[in-house]
Design a binder for this molecule. Structure first.
Ligand SMILES: N[C@@H](CCC(=O)N[C@@H](CS)C(=O)NCC(=O)O)C(=O)O
Length: 218
């Protein structure tokens, strides 16, 4: 059985959502981020990204990591593309062309959107200071060109990114854009993106992942 390392309040959520979609039973080991612990190296600290035993699995000290026999993978989107292709079926690329497109959208989300979307997540909540508001405004400005590209792509498609059906590419991009959702007005300015995000997040596999995630300490 494959093992997925990471708590769900992290990018491990992406892999857990996909595993639910695929009906995969993964063994999950809840490694927590070291920065969330007062003393990650304490003898009684929970298994965390600074634990030597985890560093032996992922020397980058980041979750998620996947172990499948003698293969160890890190990078959440590499893991998702691997799991989808290993399992096959409608979430996976049907051919090399779709493989290229799914890889393209996944890398696009990381390179064009993730840092700005994370800035919105980290600075866009309740009780924001003026400094927070400036960071969110700047992040929205940086996301605008990418959102225009995605909005046009979705408006011209059958509602999903690749092949006219829900695939791993939708999970990967939606999981990055989830971080930008505190900027609700900005999302609403993009009706195709808003409808697509709603459709992705209405899926039972996403809801099951989020329900399990909510049982973890904040
Ligand atoms: N590009 C990596 C980023 C992984 C990453 O930064 N993970 C965070 C949690 S979401 C982490 O492990 N942080 C631990 C730390 O900084 O100690 C991926 O997508 O897997």
């Amino acid at each position: 059985m494959m093992t997925l390392y990471g708590v769900l309040r992290s990018r491990t959520a992406r892999n857990a959502w996909l595993a639910n979609e695929l009906g995969l039973s993964l063994r999950r080991v809840p490694v927590i981020q070291a920065y969330r612990l007062p003393d990650p190296r304490a003898a009684d600290a929970p298994f965390n990204t600074a634990s030597p035993a985890f560093r032996a699995i992922n020397p980058n000290g980041r979750i998620p990591a996947l172990v499948d026999g003698d293969l160890t993978l890190c990078e959440s989107f590499a893991i998702n593309l691997y799991l989808a292709k290993k399992q096959g079926g409608p979430l996976a690329p049907a051919d090399l062309r779709e493989d290229g497109l799914m890889t393209m959208w996944s890398l696009w989300a990381v390179t064009e959107c993730e840092a700005h979307a994370l800035a919105i997540l980290l600075h866009g909540g309740e009780g924001r200071s003026d400094a927070d508001k400036r960071i969110v405004t700047a992040a929205i400005g940086s996301l605008r060109p990418a959102f225009a590209v995605l909005e046009a792509a979705l408006a011209a498609s059958d509602g999903f990114l690749v092949g006219g059906r829900f695939t791993v590419a939708d999970i990967n991009v939606a999981e990055v854009l989830r971080y930008a959702q505190p900027a609700a007005g900005f999302i609403a300015e993009h009706p195709a993106i808003a409808a697509w995000l709603d459709a992705c997040q209405a899926r039972p596999a996403f809801r099951a992942m989020m329900a399990e995630r909510s049982t973890e300490p904040a």
